[in-house]
Design a binder for this molecule. Structure first.
Ligand code: FES
Ligand code: FES
Length: 176
């Protein structure tokens, strides 16, 4: 067993583990971050997807000894209020069925939207092709990603307009 310092969801965490322990088990068993799921254990399903320095990564295939202080982001850290545009869209469109694969789906989709804020169907299908869903929610996942892109664009437009509207607010005249 060795001691590792890991950067998880913005915090430095210490864990003791054998060097070849997959990051997935460190997250789930040592750090109680059970949102990341075990599906196949061989890198084939995407259920265990987390971000390592922003890159979607199979945590079942990532030995803890190789992680170092790369920034690990799990579904729990995606948004403090669990209201990332993808999470909002997922609720709005009722995307999950059993839900098992969905944390991995959302993490892969989050990386896609960061790279490509307005993906086409083909972009989505390409980026998401490694994330399997036994309930076959693929069409809702695709719709959810489009909806999340809209939510993000609307939020960005509001953020740009906000200072302008404050400036435009009429000043009260002296003595009125
Ligand atoms: S559990 Fe990691 S890819 Fe399936
Ligand atoms: S929602 Fe059931 S496996 Fe994807």
């Amino acid at each position: 067993m060795s001691l590792y310092r890991l950067h998880i969801n913005g915090q430095i965490r210490q864990v003791e583990a054998a060097p070849d322990t997959p990051l997935l088990w460190v997250l789930r068993d040592s750090l109680d971050l059970a949102g990341t799921k075990y599906g196949c254990g061989v890198g084939a399903c995407g259920a265990c997807t987390v971000h390592l320095n922003g890159v979607p990564t199979r945590s079942c295939m990532t030995p803890v000894a190789t992680v170092g202080l790369k920034k690990v982001l799990t579904i729990e850290g995606l948004d403090a209020q669990a209201s990332h545009p993808l999470q909002q869209a997922w609720v709005e469109l009722d995307v999950p069925q059993c839900g098992y694969c969905q944390a991995g789906q959302i993490m892969t989709a989050a990386a896609l939207l960061k790279e490509n804020p307005k993906p086409s169907d083909a972009d989505i299908d390409g980026a998401m092709s490694g994330n399997l869903c036994r309930c076959a929610t693929y069409l809702r996942i695709r719709a959810g990603i489009h909806r999340a892109a809209e939510i993000s664009a609307q939020a960005a437009a509001v953020a740009v307009k906000a200072p302008v509207s404050r400036k435009a607010k009429p000043q009260a005249k002296e003595g009125v």
